[in-house]
Design a protein around this ligand. Structure first.
Ligand SMILES: CSC[C@H]1O[C@H](OP(=O)(O)O)[C@H](O)[C@@H]1O
Length: 357
């Protein structure tokens, strides 16, 4: 019998329980609930690469716990300084996926924390830091959820893309955090969830999260968003982010850029919800963000069957960049930026309660 902390719940994408790390296998949702137990940094790197856990903040939280697992493994198997051997683990984790900056933000924060340690046994302090990162992400989502919901001042239908929910974060969600808060305020009539090929994060994960929460959700083909906006039924497009560059360009799931162009054309407001850990002032603009290209088979196949004829190639970039000029609001836990630009982002960073560097 799974402990209650491991019962299937959108907030349980990443669970530290009984000194082990459990990842809800998001490849199997919504019809199968499987937790994968990881006991090394390498196992977490594999789980990230294979999309067991996905979503920028959730990846960051998983990486923070992965450093604890790696340190434990090194302490058990290394006679000399455990810190030296951690570099291999950090390199494995850094190579898992290239786009979501939260992965690298978490590695940097854990590495800087390790540098402050002089404990003989570093594990309790390391675990406490990973748990702080986890708790801070949930709190950030609840705060940004409320700030984003405050922008939605009348009942409306919204479109969301991919999954930027509790499953993609430490809990509560970013775009779906705004949806949860706005629904509680009576201002969400319906959520139209783009299915988001090829991984179907929308029809599998967002639909599961919102249905479980009693929030009206309708799945649609990604290509159906345009005519829905043309009908005039939708007030907002609300999405998450994997990396926000210093000038306000937003990197998110492939298809987001097209939604932003459609939204601007149809007078639909476009909101990006993300914690400050997703803002990367070291990346000057969207063109500098590495876009992950995944296996062609993810596009060539559907339901495990090859659809395209043999010999036909496919391209599979899994993110794209929305220029800041097409973004109406960036909502973070430190505040809301309307019509984002470099100066406004930098100013927001300066107000952050703790140094986010
Ligand atoms: C809350 S950020 C979630 C973000 O991550 C998703 O990508 P993936 O499922 O490939 O990790 C997508 O871009 C979401 O907006």
């Amino acid at each position: 019998m799974l402990p209650t902390s491991l019962i299937a719940h959108p907030d349980h994408a990443v669970v530290w329980h009984d000194n082990q790390l459990y990842l809800l296998d998001q490849r199997e949702l919504p019809h199968t609930i499987t937790f994968i137990m990881c006991n090394s940094g390498a196992a977490v790197a594999t789980a990230i690469r294979d999309m067991v856990v996905r979503g920028a903040p959730a990846i960051g939280v998983a990486v923070a716990y992965a450093v604890v697992l790696a340190a434990r493994e090194r302490l058990l198997n290394t006679t000399n300084d455990w810190r030296e051997h951690l570099n291999e683990d950090f390199a494995l984790l850094a190579a898992a996926r290239p786009t979501a900056v939260n992965l690298f933000w978490a590695l940097k924060r854990m590495r800087e924390f390790i540098a402050t340690l002089d404990h003989v046994d570093p594990l309790p302090a390391l675990l406490a830091e990973a748990q702080r990162i986890h708790a801070e992400d949930i709190a950030a989502n609840q705060t940004l959820g409320a700030l984003g919901a405050a922008l939605i001042d009348t009942p409306t239908a919204i479109i969301t893309h991919c999954n930027a929910g509790a499953l993609a974060t430490g809990g509560y969600g970013t775009a779906l955090g705004v949806v949860r808060s706005a629904f509680a305020a009576g201002n969400i009539r319906c959520v139209y969830a783009d299915e988001t090929r090829p991984w179907l994060q929308g029809s599998r994960l967002t639909a599961w999260e919102l249905h479980e929460s009693g929030i009206p959700v309708t799945v649609q083909a990604d290509v159906a968003a345009a005519s829905l906006m043309a009908r005039g039924d939708v007030g907002w497009v609300i999405v998450g982010a994997d990396r926000i560059a210093a000038n306000g360009d937003v990197c998110n799931k492939i298809g987001t850029y097209g939604l932003a162009i459609l939204a601007r054309h149809h007078g639909v407001k476009f909101m990006v919800a993300a914690p400050l850990s997703t803002v990367d002032l070291d990346t000057p603009n969207g063109a500098a963000i590495p876009i992950e290209e995944r296996a062609a088979d993810e596009v060539l196949c559907c339901g495990g069957q090859r659809v395209a004829p043999a010999g036909v190639a496919a391209r599979n970039p899994v993110f794209d960049v929305t220029p800041a000029a097409l973004v109406d609001y960036i909502v973070t836990e430190c505040g809301v930026i309307a019509q984002p630009d470099a100066a406004k982002l930098h100013a927001l960073y300066q107000t952050a309660p703790i140094a986010m560097d």
